[in-house]
Design a binder for this molecule. Structure first.
Ligand code: ADP
Length: 183
């Protein structure tokens, strides 16, 4: 499984799955969530409302993931996950790791070969970029290793971290290379 760092707008990625850093309501928000809803078109909000009406009347729990089509996006599916909100006292890294793991498991079950993640919880939800990067790499490599141990191949063979700012790319690069993060 390859892991690549990309600077840019995740809504432009022509991958099988883009992951949305959503909130529990699934009814849209700011940041990457707002950008994904704008690019996917109103059908995405309608699909999310339908999920709320049927499977998720109380919303999507923190650390969980659910899939919808990508509608007008180049990506085939959107996997919505809810990162922990540090400002609401959600400081357990296991919750953030769960976002990455559950999204990958769901992507795998869809047969997706390529998955793009944003820096979940590193925006409005207030997590430190380095902690997000460490958790993200750890979750992806653990996911890949669990398949290797079982002798199976993953459907997912490309994971992209698509990061809006060059500073965020630098943090992810430093974490991948195991070096210090400056600034
Ligand atoms: P959260 O509420 O989980 O913190 P945010 O959307 O506020 O989610 O921020 C998560 C990260 O996504 C931030 O680093 C933010 O800069 C980045 N981001 C915002 N828009 C986009 C986009 N279109 N593509 C990729 N990343 C984005």
């Amino acid at each position: 499984m390859r892991i690549e760092l990309v600077q840019g707008d995740i809504t432009t990625r022509a991958v099988d799955v883009i992951v949305n850093a959503a909130n529990s309501s699934l009814l849209g928000g700011g940041g990457v969530d707002g950008a994904i809803h704008r690019a996917a078109g109103p059908e995405l909000l309608a699909a999310c409302r339908e999920l709320r009406r049927t499977d998720l009347p109380d919303g999507l729990p923190v650390g969980a993931a659910v899939a919808t089509p990508g509608f007008r996006l180049p990506a085939r599916w959107v996997i919505h996950t809810v990162g922990p909100n540090r400002h609401a006292g959600q400081t357990d890294p296991a919750l953030l790791a769960s976002c990455f793991r559950e999204s990958l498991e769901l992507a795998e079950s869809l047969g997706a070969q390529s998955v793009a993640f944003p820096a979940v919880s590193a925006g409005v939800y207030g997590w430190d970029a380095r902690e997000v990067a460490e958790t993200a790499f750890d979750a992806v490599t653990t996911f890949a290793a669990s398949f290797e141990e079982s002798g199976e191949d993953t459907a997912v063979d490309l994971v992209e971290f698509v990061l809006f700012s060059s500073e965020m790319v630098d943090v992810f690069r430093q974490v991948r290379e195991g070096g210090p993060v400056w600034g």
